[in-house]
Design a protein around this ligand. Structure first.
Ligand code: ZN
Length: 535
């Protein structure tokens, strides 16, 4: 599918790749960190620059650079490759047959067409809501006219209808009739971090249709990872170290208008793991700016839990009824808005308070339920952070601090005391893994059946299984010199013959046959002994 993937791989460095996401500490020839794939207090996660792999001795995962990104960001292989290439400014070449289509022409043309369709009436409508001319230009706000007008335009410009469907501009109904997705709506183009147009959001001006709709999930557009406004806010987010997350397109526009240029919004979905990864990458804290209504509070609670579990910190600001941030900007109450935003409730406190408020704490059984819910939440946190909140919680719930259990179950740590292995066998495998030559020497003496404990690992070596590379990073496994290897292989062979000899002795075969085989084996063993002495 991708033609120059090997060229990309050659430029990858596992240490660079992994340290984009987690902090690594040097440990001898390798790097170490607490594993990002299971929760632990110790650092069982090892990154090997020599082998270009990472491995966790706790949960036994092994990845190369692409595999790591795939797992960490929950991507498919191709998505991970594209993601990495994008970060490295590396241009991927696709096979002609499977080449990714370039939808940018039809997308950009549609956006320009929506901009052209901005009528006086819509303009006045936006201005009445407080949106300035500058904001309309900055966010490329336009208007999507009726289906027939849009279809006519695409046909007139000779765009492929199939392509327009594939990138979510058009769709077909049950009777195979083609229609435009966004009709008679204010259009908000959605651009990704590289400013590529990937979708549209649309807002009604009147009527009782859904207030907002978005482009569907397409090859270009993945709602679960994009933030609206990120292309514009990105630079400010990195500079200020804050992600201001609001509820809708218009909120983003109005926040920016008020000078809060770190504002973005999720695309009509809750915050996801993938969003958390973007936030972590920016090394930013988060300010959740939601409405104080039921839906806004529930969304803030869910987001606060998810962010805290990802060790992302920040706070929540809930805007009371009638104090919609967009309305506040419009009516010039920006100072009041800033004042509200200066006093966010820290995320963890917000979760604790909201949970406690949900229960009637004067009833012991309800207090017990609140405690269980809070303990469940605490277990998702970094144990040191969780510990910090013990006093706060005991006061909040009016309970004895000793009743509070904040520590995670030591799930993986138990296995962590390195499982027993047969060192001499693993040393042979590690040595054979070093080069083609050493592997060939090994194969001159033994095959997988010669290994008593690690036949599976030897087979993994022959299969080029990456998981073996991870296991071989164990510090107690070493490589032999070529002479040592030969000696060890001879010993192994000798022991194998010894076992066979014992089996023969108890064999029920004819005397002639057994003694013939025994003589043969003894001869071989004698040869080995001679070679071992001479070496
Ligand atoms: Zn792990």
């Amino acid at each position: 599918l991708i033609k120059n993937i090997e060229a990309l791989k050659a430029q990858l460095d596992i240490v660079d790749t992994v340290s984009n996401f987690i902090e690594l500490k040097k440990a001898g020839a390798n790097f170490k960190a607490p594993c990002p794939f299971h929760s632990e207090a110790t650092a069982s996660f090892v990154v090997s620059p020599a082998k270009q792999i990472c491995h966790c001795f706790g949960c036994s995962v092994t990845f190369d650079s692409i595999g790591f990104v795939q797992e960490y960001k929950k991507l498919t292989f191709v998505e991970a490759v594209e993601d990495i290439a994008n970060d490295m400014n590396f241009t991927l070449e696709y096979d002609a047959s499977t080449s990714k289509k370039d939808y940018s022409k039809v997308m950009e043309h549609t956006n320009s067409f929506y901009l052209k369709n901005m009528s006086k009436e819509i303009y006045i409508y936006l201005q009445e809501r407080g949106v300035t001319k500058q904001s309309i230009q900055k966010f490329e706000i336009g208007f999507a006219p009726s289906s027939s007008i849009q279809l006519g335009e695409l046909q007139k410009e000779l765009f492929s209808i199939k392509e327009a469907i594939e990138c979510g501009i058009l769709a077909t109904d049950e009777s195979e009739k083609t229609y435009a997705r966004l009709t008679n709506r204010i259009s908000f183009p959605i651009r990704n971090h590289t400013n590529k147009l990937i979708g549209f959001g649309g807002r009604i001006i009147k009527g009782d249709r859904a207030k907002y709709i978005n482009s569907p999930q397409t090859q270009l557009f993945d709602k679960s990872r994009q933030f609206y406004g990120y292309n514009i806010a990105k630079e400010h987010i990195y500079k200020k170290g804050t992600f201001t997350i609001t509820e809708g397109y218009l909120d983003v526009v109005m926040f920016h208008q008020a000078g809060i240029q770190t504002a973005v919004a999720t695309m009509g979905t809750a915050l996801t793991e993938l969003h958390c990864n973007s936030i972590k990458k920016a090394n930013a804290k988060v300010l959740l700016c939601f409405d104080a209504d039921k839906a806004g509070k529930a969304a803030a609670l869910k987001a606060s839990k998810l962010l805290s579990a990802h060790s992302i910190y920040g706070g929540v600001v809930l805007f009371p009824e009638g104090k919609d941030p967009a309305d506040m900007v419009k009516s010039g109450e920006t100072q009041e808005l800033f004042a509200l935003m200066k006093k966010p409730t820290p995320l963890i406190e917000f979760v604790l308070n909201t949970t406690a408020n949900f229960y009637n704490l004067s009833k012991p059984e309800e207090k017990q339920k609140a405690l269980i819910e809070i303990e469940t939440f605490l277990k998702t946190l970094n144990p040191i952070i969780a510990d910090e909140y013990k006093n706060y919680i005991s006061q909040l719930l009016q309970i004895n601090i000793n009743h509070l259990h904040v520590n995670k179950e030591k799930h993986f740590e138990q296995h962590n005391n390195t499982p027993t292995i047969n060192l001499s066998e693993m040393n042979i495998i590690k040595t054979a893994n070093e080069s083609e030559e050493l592997l060939n020497i090994t194969l001159d003496y033994v095959d997988a059946s010669a290994f008593t404990y690690h036949a599976k690992e030897f087979q993994m070596l022959l299969n080029g299984d990456i998981n073996l590379q991870g296991e071989l990073l164990r510090e107690d496994i070493r490589t032999y010199s070529q002479e040592e290897l030969t000696q060890q292989l001879l010993i192994m062979q000798y022991k194998n013959y010894e076992t066979k000899l014992k089996q023969l002795a108890s064999s029920k075969d004819s005397y002639e046959r057994v003694s013939f085989e025994m003589k043969k084996l003894k001869g071989l063993m004698f040869e080995i002994k001679k070679r071992m002495k001479s070496a």
